[in-house]
Design a protein around this ligand. Structure first.
Ligand SMILES: [Zn+2]
Ligand SMILES: [Zn+2]
Length: 137
């Protein structure tokens, strides 16, 4: 691995990873979020897919809607959107786990110990190390 930053993940990838880390399917999220104008669940599903593929744009309202459905850092998401749009963002670039997309602002919480995850190795957090990735999409 190269020293320093790997290529920063896109906003859509970040959202997809945080959704998967929360154990939610796109259908789950489509059932949870409300949109304006109101979309049917089929349309909402397609809309979420387009967001995760970085096709649909992510407004602040959209980001806030998704953040209600599963844990993600709106600050990190805005930074990723700015990096993708302008090649730069305010403040230092976020450090994200390449597996689950968690960050210092949005760490994994161990359900038993309630401890936040830390950095195991560069771009992987402690709650993702040792996990087998065979079921990763
Ligand atoms: Zn992780
Ligand atoms: Zn983590």
């Amino acid at each position: 691995m190269l020293p320093g930053k790997i290529r920063m993940m896109t906003p859509g990838t970040y959202i997809a990873k945080r959704r998967q880390a929360a154990g939610l399917s796109i259908d789950d999220v489509a059932a949870m979020v409300s949109t304006s104008p109101r979309l049917g669940v089929i349309d909402r599903r397609a809309w979420i897919e387009r967001i995760e593929q970085d096709v649909a744009s992510i407004s602040y309202d959209v980001a806030a809607t998704l953040a209600d459905a599963f844990p993600l850092s709106l600050h990190v998401l805005k930074q990723l959107i700015d990096l993708r749009s302008f090649g730069q963002c305010s403040g230092p670039e976020p450090s994200l786990c390449i597996h689950c997309g968690c960050s210092d602002r949005d760490p994994c919480i161990d359900p038993e110990t309630h401890a936040a995850c830390g950095w195991a190795a560069g771009d992987i957090c402690t709650s993702c190390t040792g996990k087998d990735s065979s079921h990763a999409a």
